[in-house]
Design a protein around this ligand. Structure first.
Ligand code: SF4
Length: 743
């Protein structure tokens, strides 16, 4: 134990709630409130409160496992690492480097994500790396880059939400996915602001709304276009703003005008009066925001849908202005940082593009390799998983459980089984790890130090608070050892801060510039918003009221401010670290970080935001006579993603023990189903069964299943892997099914 109280952050979602960990007599830790962290001000959901239970769970992996005669058996690290290195080496020799695949996760720290991308490209020489964050936020990222030239989940801090005039929340159930964030919406309403929630279900979040729109799943794009049509028709556009700060308006306007209200009512099921009321509530106040989450994003037209919502913001002058803008509520703990530092198929650290020659040169120089040796972009997550056992013969997988979380999961499970070799690093024997040839037990969260980047773009420091079990090692040690066995002796350190120092250099000058951030600053400032270059901006670029730091280099596309005004300094974290007693390992940089983006200009070459020209199109799979109902999927408050960790916590399992099928009483009556009756939900990809949960809070043409469980109730057995052409995001949110009473 290193400190009596260790301030750190929750291991789960992108809110990255602050928490303090205190030691218990038995060597474990207890979670206590950390009110000084501004994002959650001490509040935690049940997942965060119970997070330590996973570390001491009886099913925690505490020794490597290797498969002998079909059975996973305990082994030494030497043997386990040797088997992985031999398999990867053999695959590379026999089939070429691209036959080695790497699959990461949005829960990995920035240091791990960075090292995993480097490991794939430098050690294995493979282009075949992607991560499960592709399933989470890639459509919002693609939409943001198209319109603004930059992707950061929220371009403003959460603290701005209660001060705006109106929030349209699209496809987000904050009350269940990140409950402490709900207070931003209740404060908005208390301040007189209006909340509009768009969701096919009347969720606990929708119940808070001044106006709830329940469109048919998959029609968010038409809905946004219909609202823009009304904005134009009612003369509510901000012509001066459009002229001064945007491009592409005429084409986008023409496309929107083809989506007249009565047509949109027919497509979406949202009435014309509701559309008009939405426009009124959004346009009347001086400021307003649109926030999207997985609902509109996890569609085969997710990028266009995000673009349509951004168009609405741009046409009304509600982007790049104080208390206004478009933002995405990223889901996974490090969904943001994970996509910035190189584990995504097409990216290099700093959110650089892998096919950009200048980016390749910069990163190759930091890595000490020839730029021409770096492979090009690889397959996206679903495409990579779909190629297992054919083009990809061996896979190294970290922090992901695609047997439960991938679309068309039964097919992906078969692809995984057809691999020549699978190695998995995890904390428990997940459903995917159970199929592996080698399983490595790795440290988690409270047992290690590293940085995460939350949904606001706030880079945070997670601190080690507890000693891991004896035979457990970190993912960083795993990559160090494998690199060494595969002939790369240097460049893969095991110390997180040392890796972060390299990441700073690799990201310098890139869109996600971390070069001015140090561990010391993260501890003292309670997080720093990127971009944060090593040099400070010109004094006039700082926010009003922010003391101007001394230095010179302006930061295109941004306006800067202090990360946390008035925050107390954090505790001294490294009393045994000589660096903390004298100087930090790197000199503290003067740039204050960038809580609010785009106030001066957007991050496009000409500084203007770009309207995108989009039109409605149907789902990849519309209902028909054989599959007449729509299935939508999502989360419940007491489980997290594939449930690999939360399903191991008794308290959470007691609250949410298994899958269910939520359906409207009218549909239940047609089926002859009563509450609790077992239902079979069947799609073209498979069949899942779970008990009926009958409620008027869902549309009669739609059923809902949470996706946290394997086996009979696995919702992703049913989901459609149809991909968005730009983001390569699968269409998790809507597919055609039939529902019947299970025998
Ligand atoms: Fe906060 Fe998310 Fe953790 Fe819950 S799961 S405590 S909302 S970070």
């Amino acid at each position: 134990m290193q400190n009596t109280v260790t301030p750190t952050h929750c291991p789960y979602c992108a809110l990255q709630c602050g928490m303090n960990l205190t030691p218990e007599q038995d060597g474990s830790v207890a979670v206590v409130e950390r009110p000084d962290f501004p994002v959650n001000r001490g509040a935690l959901c049940g997942k965060g409160r119970t997070a330590p239970a996973v570390l001491s769970s009886s099913v925690r992996l505490t020794t490597p496992l290797v498969r002998n005669a079909g059975v996973l058996e305990p082994a030494t690290w030497e043997e386990a690492l040797g088997r992985i290195a031999d398999a990867l080496s053999r695959t590379r020799t026999e089939h070429g480097p691209d036959a080695c695949g790497v699959f990461g996760g949005g829960g990995l720290t920035n240091e791990k994500a960075y090292t995993l991308g480097k490991f794939a490209r430098v050690v294995l020489g493979t282009s075949q790396i992607d991560y499960n964050g592709r399933f989470c936020m890639s459509s919002a990222a693609a939409g943001g880059i198209k319109a603004f030239g930059l992707d950061r989940g929220l371009p403003f801090p959460l603290e701005d939400i209660p001060k705006t005039g109106c929030v349209i929340l699209v496809g987000s159930n904050l009350a269940e996915t990140m409950p402490p964030a709900l207070r931003y919406l209740t404060e908005l309403k208390a301040n007189g602001g209006k909340l509009i929630v768009i969701d096919p279900r009347r969720t606990r979040t929708a119940e808070q709304a001044d106006l709830h729109l329940a469109p048919r799943p998959g029609t968010d794009l038409a809905l946004a276009l219909g609202l823009l049509h009304l904005v134009v028709a009612e003369g509510r556009t901000d012509e001066a703003y459009i002229q001064e700060r945007t491009s592409g308006w005429e084409e986008a306007r023409a496309a929107a005008m083809a989506h007249w209200p009565e047509l949109v009512e027919r497509i979406t099921g949202v009435s014309v009066p509701q559309l008009r009321e939405t426009v009124r509530l959004f346009c009347e106040p001086e400021s307003a925001m649109v926030l999207t989450a997985r609902g509109p994003e996890q569609q085969s037209k997710g990028t266009d849908t995000v673009g349509a919502w951004i168009n609405l913001c741009l046409a009304t002058g509600r982007a790049g202005r104080p208390l206004s803008g478009y933002g995405c509520l990223t889901g996974q703990g490090n969904g943001q940082g994970g996509r910035e530092h190189g584990q995504k198929a097409d990216q290099l650290p700093g959110y650089r593009k892998l096919d950009d020659p200048a980016a390749r040169r910069h990163v190759a120089e930091v890595w000490g390799v020839d730029p021409d040796s770096l492979p090009g972009p690889g397959r996206s997550a679903y495409e990579l998983l779909d190629a297992l056992g054919t083009d990809i013969r061996s896979l190294l997988l970290m922090a992901s459980n695609p047997v439960v979380s991938a679309p068309r999961a039964a097919h992906i499970e078969e692809r995984i089984k057809s691999l020549d070799f699978l190695a998995v690093c995890d904390v428990v024997l997940s459903e995917t790890a159970a199929l592996a040839d080698v399983v490595l037990p790795v440290t988690q969260w409270a047992e290690e130090t590293g940085t995460m980047t939350n949904l606001e773009g706030r880079v945070l420091l997670r601190r080690r608070a507890i000693t891991p079990p004896e035979d457990v090692r970190s993912d960083l040690e795993v990559m160090h050892e494998l690199a060494s066995r595969l002939g790369v002796e240097k460049g893969f350190p095991t110390d997180a801060e040392e890796i972060f120092e390299e990441l700073r250099r690799a990201s310098a000058g890139g869109p996600a510039d971390y070069s001015g951030i140090t561990y010391r600053r993260l501890a003292e400032e309670n997080g720093v918003f990127w971009p944060c270059p090593a040099e400070a901006p010109e004094p006039q670029q700082a926010d009003a009221g922010t003391p101007a730091p001394p230095a010179s280099k302006p930061l295109p596309g941004t306006a800067s401010a202090t990360a946390q005004d008035g925050e107390d300094a954090a505790l001294d974290l490294w009393p045994d670290d000589p660096a903390s007693e004298a100087e930090p390992r790197a000199a503290a940089a003067a740039h204050p970080g960038t809580p609010r983006l785009f106030l001066d200009r957007f991050a496009t070459p000409d500084g203007r935001a770009r309207f995108v020209t989009v039109t409605h199109r149907p789902l990849a799979e519309e209902p028909d006579d054989e599959y007449p109902v729509l299935l939508t999927t999502g989360r419940v408050v007491s489980q997290y993603q594939s449930g690999a960790q939360t399903r191991r916590v008794d308290e959470l399992n007691a609250a949410a023990p298994s899958a269910f099928v939520e359906l409207h009483p009218r549909l239940a009556e047609r089926l002859g189903a009563k509450e609790g009756d077992p239902l079979a939900v069947v799609s073209r990809r498979g069949r899942a069964t779970a008990p009926a949960r009958i409620t008027t809070s869902i549309r009669p043409d739609t059923v809902f299943m949470p996706f946290h469980w394997p086996g009979e109730g696995r919702a992703n057995t049913l989901t459609n892997p149809a991909l968005d052409p730009t983001s390569r995001m699968p269409e998790f949110k809507a597919c055609a099914v039939r529902v019947e009473l299970a025998p």
